[in-house]
Design a protein around this ligand. Structure first.
Ligand code: GLN
Length: 204
């Protein structure tokens, strides 16, 4: 089978790092800014950045409706950090509310959950489906998953430090989300997991 073609939503955020990690995991990785580019991909990564800005730009670029439609339609999509917020069905009232998200995962998330003072930190995360050592994860003004509804499955929890036990990775069928940034650490396992999800979706 040919390599899957996976887009990275390239409106704002750390696009280049995801493109690199996806290529390393065996995908043909392309930036996505237009509806035609979105139509051409088998799967999509929503990168970290600022979720409010990404939603605003998606509307400006006339991508919001097509993004929602493809996500609803079964396109494998992986959201990291701000991308997790965009895929969440509910945003906790504790953070400043987002007007609209893309939605799709039956979770509520809390934005900037680890505290605004703690801009970034690192911790180990045990992730179901990722063999070997726990994932050493980088969190940057990250959300956590406050509540998981019956549609979604918790995949990963922090195992070290003050945040131990917090859910920071979830899956719902073709949708995957992590609070952390695997594109920054050189550990390709999360991107590999997502590339496998995209391959699986193509073969069904
Ligand atoms: N705090 C950002 C938000 O709420 C997310 C930060 C990130 O993606 N690194 O959108």
């Amino acid at each position: 089978m040919s390599s899957p073609r996976i887009g990275v939503l390239a409106l704002q955020g750390d696009v280049r790092e995801h493109l690199r990690a996806l290529s390393a995991a065996g995908a043909v990785a392309v930036p996505v800014r237009r509806a035609a580019e979105l139509e051409s991909v088998d799967g999509l990564v929503l990168p970290g950045g600022e979720s409010t800005t990404i939603v605003k730009l998606a509307r400006t670029f006339d991508l919001l409706e097509s993004l929602r439609a493809r996500i609803k339609d079964g396109m494998p999509t992986y959201g990291s950090c701000a991308g997790m917020i965009l895929l969440a069905d509910r945003i906790d009232a504790g953070g400043s509310p987002l007007e609209e998200t893309f939605g799709g995962i039956d979770i509520s998330v809390r934005r900037n959950a680890f505290g605004r003072q703690v801009d970034s930190f690192e911790a180990d995360v045990a992730v179901d489906g990722i063999d070997g050592e726990p994932v050493h994860a980088v969190f940057i003004r990250a959300p956590w998953v406050e509540e998981v509804g019956p549609g979604a499955t918790p995949l990963g929890r922090v195992t070290t430090g003050d945040a131990a036990g917090r859910i920071v990775a979830v899956r719902q069928q073709h949708l995957l989300a992590t609070s952390f940034h695997p594109e920054l650490t050189g550990d390709g396992r999360i991107h590999g997991y997502f590339v496998d999800m995209v391959k699986g979706a193509r073969s069904t």
